[in-house]
Design a protein around this ligand. Structure first.
Ligand SMILES: [Zn+2]
Length: 416
C-alpha cells in the first residue's frame, strides 16, 4: 500500500530510488539501524542524516518500535497451540467450569512497590508507610503453588526449597484434592497444569492415573493461555497495597488475600478474572460491572464474561467497536435512518451492556425530547442516547428506545 501525504516542508533529500532502497532493506531486515541506512546510502553516493532517514521511513508509514517480547515458540509449539485452540473452540462454558487450573508463581517481596507513589507531607518522608525499602534482589521472594476453578480459589501452598517430582505429588495430594472437595467440583472435573518436567515426570503421570485424575492436554510454552495468570496478577497488586515488610509477612498476606472474606464462601479472587464466573455478591472488583436493571428476556445472563450479558452467538448482533461488548440483537433494530453527532445512527428497541446517564431536555431535529446519554458499560464510551420522553405525539414511538451511532458498532456473529 502506498500512502500519499500532502506535500509539506523542504523537498525530500532522498531520491525515490534511495527511498525504495532503504524501504527494501528494512522490509527484509526490520532490525536495521538508521546508521546502517546512512552508511548504505553513502556507499550509493547520497549523504543524508539519520533524521532524514527517520522522516523518509515515516513518510512511508514506518516507525521505529520496540520489538515485542513473545515466548520462544518452535514450529511444534505453534502447531500444538493451534491444535489446542481448534480442539476447544466450540467448547461450551460448562466444560471450562469443570477445569481446575493450577500453576506455580514467584512472588517478590517488593515486586510491584517500586512504581508506587505516595501521598504524604514533607515531614513524613521517612515514615515507613511512605518509604520503599531498597534491598538487593528485591528483598527476596517466595514461590507459591495455587489452584482455582470457576467455583473459586483453592488452596495456596508455599513451596520451600527446590521442588522435585516427589514434592510436587505431595503438594497435589495435600492441596489439590482437598481444594477439589472444598469447591465441590463434582465428578468429571479436569486438572490443568503446564508441561513442567516435574508435572510430566513418569512417576507423577502414574500418580495422576492411579488417582483417576483427568488431565487437560496442554500446549507447551503457553502460560498466556492459563487464566490463573490473571489471579496471580491480582494477588501481586493486592500484596503491593498491603506492603509486607519481610518474607514471613509476605506469605501471611498471600494466604489472607487468597481466602475470600466471608460470606459467601464461594466468592473468591477468581471474581476478578476476566474469563471466569463470578458470584454477583462480590463487590469492589475493578473488572465487574453489575447490571443496573434486569436484562431483556432475549438476553442470557452470563457469569463468564466481563460483559454483563451476551447475546446468543447464532444471532446477528451488534457489538461495541471499542471493546466488543455485545450491544444489541439485530432483531431489536427498529430503524437505520437516524442521525447522530458522528453520522448515521440506529434505533433499537432494547440494548444490553449499556449504562444510562441522567435525562435532560434537548431539541433534536424531530422536536423536543427528554434524552439520556448511553454508554458502553464495559469501556465507558458514549454510544448514543435513550429517548426517555417525547413531547410530540408523532414521536412517542421512540420513548424507551435507544440510539446507537454506527461509528461505535461492529457486526458480530451470524451475519454470513
Ligand atoms: Zn465498549
Amino acid at each position: 500500500m502506498t500512502v500519499n501525504h500532502p506535500w509539506s516542508g523542504a523537498p525530500c533529500k532522498i531520491s525515490p530510488r534511495g527511498a525504495s532502497m532503504i524501504m527494501r532493506k528494512v522490509r527484509d531486515q526490520p532490525r536495521t539501524t538508521r546508521q546502517d541506512l546512512v552508511n548504505d546510502l553513502k556507499r550509493a553516493g547520497t549523504t543524508v542524516s539519520k533524521k532524514t532517514i527517520r522522516n523518509t521511513l515515516r513518510r512511508h508509514g514506518l516507525k521505529s518500535c520496540s520489538a515485542r517480547k513473545v515466548p520462544l515458540l518452535k514450529p511444534a509449539h505453534v502447531q500444538a497451540r493451534l491444535k489446542f485452540a481448534n480442539d476447544h473452540l466450540d467448547d461450551p462454558e460448562e466444560e471450562w467450569e469443570k477445569v481446575m487450573w493450577s500453576d506455580e508463581t514467584k512472588i517478590e517481596l517488593f515486586g510491584l512497590n517500586s512504581t508506587r507513589r505516595v501521598w504524604r507531607k514533607k515531614k513524613d518522608e521517612y515514615n515507613p508507610k511512605n518509604t520503599i525499602p531498597t534491598v538487593k534482589h528485591g528483598g527476596g521472594n517466595i514461590i507459591l503453588w495455587g489452584c482455582f476453578s470457576a467455583k473459586g480459589t483453592g488452596r495456596l501452598h508455599r513451596i520451600e526449597g527446590r521442588m522435585d517430582g516427589a514434592m510436587y505429588r505431595e503438594i497435589l495430594a495435600n492441596n489439590l484434592l482437598p481444594s477439589v472437595r472444598a469447591l465441590k467440583m463434582g465428578r468429571g472435573w479436569v486438572f490443568q497444569h503446564d508441561n513442567d518436567p516435574k508435572h510430566t515426570a513418569r512417576e507423577t503421570k502414574e500418580w495422576l492415573r492411579k488417582k483417576h485424575l483427568k488431565v487437560l492436554e496442554w500446549p507447551s510454552q503457553s502460560p498466556d493461555l492459563n487464566p490463573i495468570e490473571n489471579l496471580w496478577r491480582e494477588l501481586k497488586v493486592r500484596i503491593a497495597q498491603r506492603q509486607p515488610r519481610n518474607l514471613k509477612d509476605l506469605e501471611k498476606v498471600c494466604m489472607e488475600e487468597c481466602v475470600p472474606p466471608a460470606p459467601p464462601p464461594t466468592t473468591a479472587l477468581t471474581c476478578v478474572l476476566r474469563c471466569f464466573p463470578c458470584e454477583p455478591s462480590w463487590a469492589g472488583s475493578p473488572f465487574l460491572h453489575r447490571p443496573p436493571t434486569p436484562p431483556h428476556p432475549m438476553v442470557r445472563m452470563t457469569r463468564s464474561k466481563t460483559f454483563q450479558a451476551y447475546l446468543p452467538s447464532c444471532h446477528r448482533t451488534y457489538s461495541c467497536i471499542h471493546c466488543r461488548a455485545h450491544l444489541a440483537n439485530h432483531d431489536e433494530l427498529i430503524s437505520k435512518s437516524f442521525q447522530g453527532s458522528q453520522g448515521r445512527a440506529y434505533l433499537f428497541n432494547s440494548v444490553v451492556n449499556v449504562g444510562c446517564g441522567p435525562a435532560e431536555e434537548r431539541v433534536l431535529l424531530t422536536g423536543l425530547h427528554a434524552v439520556a446519554d448511553i454508554y458502553c458499560e464495559n469501556c465507558k464510551t458514549t454510544l448514543g442516547w435513550k429517548y426517555e420522553h417525547a413531547f410530540e405525539s408523532s414521536q412517542k414511538y421512540k420513548e424507551g428506545k435507544f440510539i446507537i451511532e454506527l461509528a461505535h458498532m461492529i457486526k458480530d456473529n451470524g451475519w454470513d
